[in-house]
Ligand binder design. Structure first.
Ligand code: NAD
Length: 275
């Protein structure tokens, strides 16, 4: 049996499903015969995802969700249980990126990214975990990043949230195993999605950046890697050769990764024409 056949007839919630990785994972799940609840703060975007899944013969519906509101997440999960009687997979994938120097960031920047990337994933994890422990089965899949495994200067706030998501997921995995609940964390390198253009830039103009990522994974390839990793119940799912190489390098030669990070800082400061 193909590992991905596991998803047939399953009930799945995907957050951040209006765009990028979430949309692509939702669409692939739809093709595999899963019933997908596509949740996002961007309602027109989720409707578009649902349309895509329907056009390919899949089964999906849209839900408006702001992951920073834990009551909304609980209500969404309650509704899924009322409608289907169970929840098989919960993909806590919604996220944003803020790029810039910590000395330029305001408290509001920190609050925004922690509320969405960390508290949003935590709320989705807790709501799903409680239901799954009661059921005695289920799989939670949280999206972190390569920036949750290696240091990334200029993305310090992002990295903080993603390291926390890795810690949450890998630790909860050990707690949930004997209760029938699986937990995986997805750590992508660069994936070609709108987040690479829509991030919040603090203290610099993105147009001045000449050094754009050279090697990027296409989003549909990312969705395939993610679902294969979930089907194999991997703890950490690395997505893209950049993620695999960078994490390996960091483990064997952290000083080199530090050096590359400092060089990226120097390059940005040259653009800002200050030290
Ligand atoms: P994306 O911008 O295409 O999609 C992110 C989605 O999250 C959007 O649909 C957005 O509306 C939604 N969202 C944002 N705030 C929300 C909120 N408060 N409530 C509900 N939904 C909200 O970006 P993507 O690249 O698909 O990112 C998906 C996840 O992958 C994120 O967690 C991101 O940090 C992570 N990631 C992406 C990359 C990459 O290179 N694209 C790399 C590593 C990790």
């Amino acid at each position: 049996m193909n590992k991905e056949d596991l998803f047939k007839d399953k009930i799945v919630v995907v957050t951040g499903a209006a765009s990028g990785i979430g949309r692509s994972v939702a669409a692939r799940l739809g093709r595999l015969g899963t019933t997908v609840c596509a949740a996002d703060i961007n309602e027109p975007g989720t409707r578009e995802t649902v349309k895509l899944i329907g056009a390919a013969g899949g089964n999906a519906y849209a839900a408006k969700l702001d992951v920073t509101k834990s009551a909304e997440i609980k209500k969404l999960i309650d509704n899924v249980i009322k409608k289907h009687g169970r929840l098989d997979y919960m993909f806590n994938n919604a996220g944003i990126a803020i790029v810039g120097e910590t000395r330029d960031m305001t408290d509001e920047h920190w609050k925004k990214i922690i509320d969405i990337n960390l508290m949003g994933v935590l709320a989705g994890t807790l709501a799903a975990y409680r239901v799954m422990v009661r059921q005695g089965f289920g799989h939670i899949v949280n999206t972190a990043s390569l920036a949750g495994l290696i240091p990334v200067p200029l993305e310090t706030s992002y990295s903080l949230t993603k390291y926390a998501v890795v810690g949450l997921s890998t630790s909860l995995r050990g707690e949930g195993a004997a209760l029938g609940v699986k937990v995986s964390v997805v750590c992508p390198g660069f994936i070609r999605t709108p987040i690479l253009d829509n991030y919040i830039a603090v203290g610099f103009d993105p147009a001045d950046l000449t050094d754009k990522p050279k090697k990027m994974t296409e989003v549909n390839d990312a969705a395939h890697i993610i679902l294969s990793g979930v089907a194999k119940n991997k703890s950490i799912i690395l997505v893209g050769s950049d993620a695999r190489i960078a994490w390996f390098l960091y483990k064997i030669w952290p000083g080199l990764v530090d050096f590359i990070g400092r060089k990226a800082m120097d390059d940005l400061r040259k653009i800002r024409k200050e030290k």
